[in-house]
Design a protein around this ligand. Structure first.
Ligand SMILES: [Zn+2]
Length: 432
């Protein structure tokens, strides 16, 4: 087929999607690269028949990955405050540990495959030169923004990753997850919210999907999508992405996951015949497109046990409020990527052992029936829950990183959880 005609078909198809808004740039990116790189076009078609068994593996136990955020701004609004980044980190740690408050929204048919990925993220506290850092950089740029140029053969969003083009250079990408937060300007294909490179060597991605060079590894997100307390959420006119799940989705790509519907090319492939390489995500014809359509079963069959589209998967394009799970296969695949393809993230270069004090979080909070207290490292001691008058309501010993409390016998109200004989500030807990 004439490539120009192909281009028109692809644009017509893409243009038909809701509001020209994309959770991430991949559906545009595949079409763009299909135009510009013949070898990649062939790899895209080749991988379609080879995605029923993505790699599995990785060690057990919770891993903590160092992450650095580079806020690249042109206007004061784009220079989002550190509280927003800290909120973003909370979202990541809740979602990758299945401690998200909306885990209870997962439909019963998907509960058996919903996974605690045992992956956590910590702001780097040591920079590549060995100096203390907050793990957040703020840098002014004289560029109004960055965009994915459909007509360029290269990924022009990568310009935010290089100081020579108005961005900020990465920290050693073997040892840090780099996230650039900037103004992604709407381009010919509409507004995208993020993009991330998977590593090389994955069976479920076309060969050549990885970063062109190591300095470009990492994730770019649009500044309005960071965190769930972002004063700029919706400021660009787009709703539905204000709970910080754009970065959850993009880190899924960074750790090797595909979209649940498998990214079939419009008009070329039957979407139900293209898979994401995960056996426990039902076949799906296309992304949910910010609809949260729970009745959708786009690849319905007569086979008993046929499942609806898993629109609550973080790798779909649903609204943030509808996303609530990764699956067991996705977990195994991400851990394979970590242990086999991105092992430098596990050697602790970016996170010093001796933080001043341990930190802990309460999940969920407010509490209904039970809650967990999770520390950022192993601790040994006693966790107490006291009421507003200071009277102890209950206590439990902790020997590693987490402890669970049953709240069904506690009266509704405000309590404070704390570690005995420590200088840690107690955390407010609301029992409903
Ligand atoms: Zn995506």
């Amino acid at each position: 087929m004439n490539r120009f005609i192909l281009l028109i078909i692809l644009l017509t198809s893409l243009g038909g999607q809701a509001q020209n808004v994309r959770r991430c740039a991949y559906d545009a990116w595949f079409s763009q690269q299909y135009q510009h790189r013949r070898d990649y076009a062939e790899a895209i078609l080749q991988v379609m028949s080879n995605r029923t068994s993505a790699q599995r593996g990785g060690g057990g136990g919770v891993v903590v990955l160092p992450i650095v955020f580079h806020v690249v701004y042109n206007t004061p609004e784009q220079n989002i405050p550190d509280e927003v980044i800290e909120s973003q980190l909370e979202v990541l740690n809740e979602d990758f540990r299945r401690m998200n408050t909306n885990a209870s929204d997962t439909r019963p048919e998907f509960l058996p495959v919903a996974a605690d990925c045992e992956i956590e993220f910590a702001l780097a506290n040591v920079d590549p030169d060995g100096n203390p850092t907050s793990g957040i950089t703020h840098t002014f740029t004289d560029r109004t923004g960055f965009s994915l140029d459909f007509f360029s053969a290269t990924n022009t969003l990568d310009e935010v990753k290089q100081s020579s083009t108005g961005g900020v250079d990465a920290w050693d990408t073997d040892h840090y997850i780099n996230v650039w937060v900037c103004n992604i300007e709407a381009g010919f294909l509409g507004q995208v919210f993020g993009l991330a490179y998977p590593p090389a060597g994955l069976d479920n991605w076309p060969a050549g999907s990885n970063a062109p060079n190591p300095a470009l590894e990492g994730v770019v997100i649009h500044y309005t999508t960071a965190g769930r307390n972002n004063p700029q959420a919706g400021a660009d006119g787009f709703d539905g992405n204000e709970l910080g799940r754009t970065l959850v989705h993009e880190l899924g790509h960074y750790l090797g996951l595909r979209h649940t519907w498998g990214d079939a090319l419009p008009f070329f492939e039957d979407g139900c015949a293209v898979d994401d390489g995960m056996a426990d995500t039902p076949n799906t014809a296309a992304g949910d497109q910010f609809a949260c359509n729970l009745s959708s079963n786009s690849c319905e069959t007569d086979i008993p046990g046929d499942l609806p589209d898993m629109i609550e998967n973080y790798m779909d394009y649903s609204l943030d409020e509808c996303l609530n799970l990764f699956t067991n296969d996705q977990k195994d695949h991400m851990r394979y990527v970590l242990f086999d393809l991105r092992p430098g993230l596990l050697d602790g270069v970016g996170i010093a052992e001796a933080r001043a004090l341990p930190q802990f979080r309460v999940y969920p909070n407010p509490v209904e029936d039970s809650f967990q207290i999770v520390f950022d490292r192993n601790v040994a001691g006693v966790v107490e829950l006291r009421d507003m008058t200071g009277r102890m309501a209950c206590s439990q010993s902790v020997e590693d990183r987490s402890v669970s409390f049953d709240a069904t016998l506690l009266a509704p109200g405000v309590y404070f959880a704390g570690l005995c004989n420590s200088r840690l500030a107690p955390v407010r807990v609301v029992i409903q």
